[in-house]
Design a protein around this ligand. Structure first.
Ligand code: KIV
Length: 269
């Protein structure tokens, strides 16, 4: 694993960005070549997401992704990554109890070079998060649309519509922060709810289809480069159009997140 540079992004620096109102530019990444392109373009944070199951492996959803898959791709990124904060997904059913979650999270750190692990779910995940954080593993929560529970959720739909559903997601977010989560991903929720949660929480929020007021934004790399085939969610913008090159497209994404022009009204719910 490579050493990080002295000015690399840390959880403290992400927290400081929230406090001074500087937006966090995050993208998913799964390999060494893109890691170097993204770092050169100024991306602050990577999610080595289990979306790799669909993007790279051709699965219909994320639930077939294994721990070995995650370790393999996280290590690809860690081998060359020098600056960005690296969040690695715990895959489906890899955190069903404290002992299993800790063993798998430790593997992502030791073998995959994770700075932080991410897991999906609300209040029910608080105990697991406390356990991981208590053993020194930083954790990122993930609320709203939960791709690992896509069957139970009835498909890729916006979550948190209506006062009761919105209150439940806010309560999830607060419970995860109280359990020790250091970051929170919010997926596919109304922009007003994304703004409310971001205002309520001390920890930085990273939105994907959660409005412009989140502390940072993330997109699946292959979506924002216009590579993904088929119908894309409303929140995706193709930054490759008009950019001329992949590095220029990534620089345009970073600039648009930082200056608040992405997401625009047409990308939010
Ligand atoms: O798996 C993934 O890529 C993710 C991000 C889209 C947030 O969880």
């Amino acid at each position: 694993m490579n050493d990080k540079l002295p000015d690399s992004v840390t959880l403290d620096s992400l927290q400081a960005m929230k406090h001074r109102g500087e937006k966090i530019a995050c993208l998913t990444v799964y390999d060494a070549a893109f890691t170097q392109v993204l770092e050169a373009a100024g991306v602050d944070m990577f999610i080595i997401g289990d979306s790799l199951g669909m993007v790279l492996m051709g699965y219909e959803s994320t639930v077939q992704v294994t721990m070995d898959d995650m370790v393999h791709h996280a290590a690809n990124v860690a081998r060359v990554g020098r600056r960005a904060w690296r969040v690695v997904d715990l895959p489906y059913r890899s955190y069903t109890n404290n002992a299993q979650a800790l063993a798998n999270a430790q593997r992502l750190v030791d073998e995959g070079g994770a700075d932080m692990v991410k897991l999906e779910g609300g209040v029910a995940m608080a105990g697991i998060i406390e356990h991981l954080v208590g053993h020194g593993i930083p954790v990122c929560g993930h609320v709203g649309l939960l791709p690992q529970s896509i069957e139970e959720m009835g498909g890729y739909k916006v979550q948190g519509h209506g006062a009761e559903a919105a209150r439940a997601i806010l309560a999830d977010a607060q419970a995860l922060q109280a359990a020790g989560a250091g970051l929170l991903v919010m997926e596919c929720i109304p922009a007003v709810l994304g703004a409310e949660i971001t205002g309520e929480l001390e920890i930085p929020t990273i939105g994907i289809g959660a409005g412009a007021d989140c502390d940072g934004q993330v997109l699946v790399l292959y979506d924002m480069l216009g590579i993904t085939q088929g119908r894309l969610p409303r929140f995706v913008r193709d930054f490759m159009t008009g950019a001329g090159s992949i590095p220029a497209a990534v620089r345009a994404y970073v600039a648009a997140v930082k200056d608040g022009s992405y997401p625009a009204p047409e990308h939010v719910y």
